[in-house]
Design a protein around this ligand. Structure first.
Ligand SMILES: Cc1cc2nc3c(=O)[nH]c(=O)nc-3n(C[C@H](O)[C@H](O)[C@H](O)COP(=O)(O)OP(=O)(O)OC[C@H]3O[C@@H](n4cnc5c(N)ncnc54)[C@H](O)[C@@H]3O)c2cc1C
Ligand code: SF4
Ligand code: SF4
Length: 477
């Protein structure tokens, strides 16, 4: 037993009440107090084989920072976190916490609130640290795209002393993370993370689009010794049904970016979001907050259990006056000059497919019409490869981003690498892997051995503080 009671019950994460939180974009989840954080951390078993660490795509030493938080050593917990996670302030709000799914306490009750404890470590500990680059190298590297993959690669390369220039087509950095609504991440987190990059030889050039203003090959010709293409999936996907381009149909990604950047958006009184992933859930919750008097519905072709959106997100959404329609697949958008409704085919669950996921099949002759004046289309995004040479041999990842098909994300063009990821932390893991293979490539060119990641806080900095008896993470990539 802990001081709080049962080891098997989580110290509840404080949450805004639905009636209050759906009228504006205030943050839904609130911080633990110091005491709550310590009590929650004390539930951790400090497993000898920490499945939590193994499950984290960047093998964040969460067991370590939890142990420090349990002892009230918040400064050290913050430092340990930031040593291997340069976007920790962002991730402590939005990571899909793969670690918690693997936590042994999940099988015995409720997993440790690992992500929320990261937030406590950074909020109560000294997180205003600055990264220190190694001795400068001459080989300049270009990164295309300032999303999590590009930023992580830049961090890895700058730590090793490479000068890096990031070319970004948008005004803001962050990539798709910049579309995450403010009720989940109020907007300054990424900038807080980037403040720690200030000692680096890092230049970020915005409003420069690869394929239009330059190409990876032209950057090599300009003198960059390697190029990392991290452009993600920024083009809206459509289901390919009649009427999908009528006025009143809005692509979800564009809608969410516009809202976050304070650009005006027009919504009607009857809003339907088509899709079932996290982007659909963010769209429906954003629409609810922008139009308190409107009816807001979400329609997805599978069931709630098969929805790719996280359980936590759906659970938070349910009390927010949203109509969920499961097992509906869109077949036609109604209207002449603008949207008047959308027709769906009713679906039913069939046997699991090869991946073990249950397939859906249409119910013959069963159609449902939802009247609406606005449709937010959230059926996935894809990469925009306009202007990229086919010679790169880019492959498309499972959520639409391009990546190099050779080991270490190398493309078919020497010196050009490409990768992305299905979540912020997966994109960061890909950025690390690409940076490591860029370092190997450039080191070989320069006739030296590739370097492991140097100490992010400078050589000679004190070793990471760890709780007594702690052995360090067991798994490493
Ligand atoms: C609404 C929404 C909510 C999400 N919520 C979460 C969440 O809560 N947790 C989570 O872990 N993940 C979430 N994700 C997913 C996560 O944001 C992405 O997986 C991650 O950002 C992918 O990173 P990336 O660097 O591979 O690509 P991106 O983030 O897409 O970054 C690519 C960057 O490249 C730029 N770019 C594109 N083309 C060009 C070009 N031709 N020239 C120059 N620059 C270019 C883009 O503008 C962008 O800045 C969410 C995504 C969305 C859309
Ligand atoms: S980065 Fe995400 S998966 Fe990794 S430890 Fe933190 S919350 Fe867990
Ligand atoms: S698996 Fe869970 S209980 Fe074990 S060390 Fe990780 S967080 Fe703690």
């Amino acid at each position: 037993m802990t001081a709080a009671g049962s080891r098997y019950l989580r110290i509840e994460v404080p949450e805004e009440r639905p009636a209050a939180r759906t009228t504006d974009f205030r943050e839904v989840l609130r911080s633990y107090s110091r005491e709550e954080a310590m009590l929650e951390a004390q539930r951790c078993l400090q497993c000898a084989l920490p499945f939590c660490v193994e499950a984290c795509p960047i093998t964040q030493d969460c067991r370590g920072y939890i142990g420090l938080v349990a002892d009230g050593r918040f400064d050290e917990a913050a430092e340990l976190t930031l040593r291997e996670n340069p976007l920790a302030t962002t991730l402590c709000k939005v990571c899909y916490h793969y670690c918690e799914d693997a936590c042994v306490m999940k099988g015995r009750g409720v997993p440790i609130a690992i992500r929320h404890l990261k937030r406590a470590a950074l909020e109560f500990g000294n997180s205003g640290l600055e990264y220190v680059p190694s001795a400068p190298r001459e080989q300049r590297v270009a990164v295309v795209g300032a999303g999590p993959a590009g930023l992580m690669a830049a961090w890895e390369l700058c730590l090793r002393g490479y000068p890096v220039t990031i070319f970004e087509k948008q005004t803001a950095v962050g990539g798709q993370a910049g579309a995450i609504p403010h009720y989940r991440m109020p907007n300054h987190e990424l900038l807080v993370d980037l403040q720690r990059f200030r000692n680096f030889d890092l230049t970020i050039v915005t409003h420069r689009t690869a394929g239009v203003d330059f190409t990876p090959e032209s950057l090599l010709a300009e003198g960059y010794r390697a190029v990392f293409v991290a452009i993600g999936a920024s083009k809206a996907g459509y289901p390919g049904i009649p009427g999908e381009h009528l006025p009143g149909v809005v692509p979800a990604l564009e809608f969410l970016y516009d809202v976050n950047q304070g650009r005006p958006v027009t919504l009607g009184k009857k809003i339907v979001v088509v899709g079932g992933g996290d982007v659909a859930v963010d769209s429906v919750r954003t629409a609810r907050r922008l139009s308190p008097g409107a009816t807001v519905a979400m329609a997805y072709r599978r069931t709630r259990g098969e929805s790719p959106a996280g359980e936590e997100e759906i659970r938070e959404t349910e009390p927010e006056r949203i109509d969920f329609h499961w097992l509906l697949s869109p077949v036609k958008v109604l209207g002449t000059d603008r949207v008047e409704g959308v027709v769906f085919q009713r679906m039913q669950l069939a046997a699991p497919d090869a991946s073990g996921r249950r397939a859906v099949t249409p119910v013959d002759g069963a159609f449902v019409t939802l009247d609406c004046d606005t449709i937010i289309m959230a059926v996935g995004e894809k990469a925009d490869l306009t202007g990229f040479a086919p010679e790169l041999g880019l492959k498309i990842g499972n959520k639409g981003w391009p990546e190099g098909g050779r080991p270490g994300y190398a493309t078919e063009v020497e010196g050009v690498f490409a990768a992305g990821g299905r979540s912020v932390v997966h994109a960061m893991a890909a950025g690390t892997k690409a940076a490591e293979s860029i370092d190997t490539y450039l080191s070989k060119k320069a006739g030296r051995a590739p370097a492991p990641r140097p100490d992010p806080f400078g050589e000679g900095a004190p070793p990471p503080p760890v709780p007594e008896g702690y052995s360090g993470p067991v798994w490493k990539p």
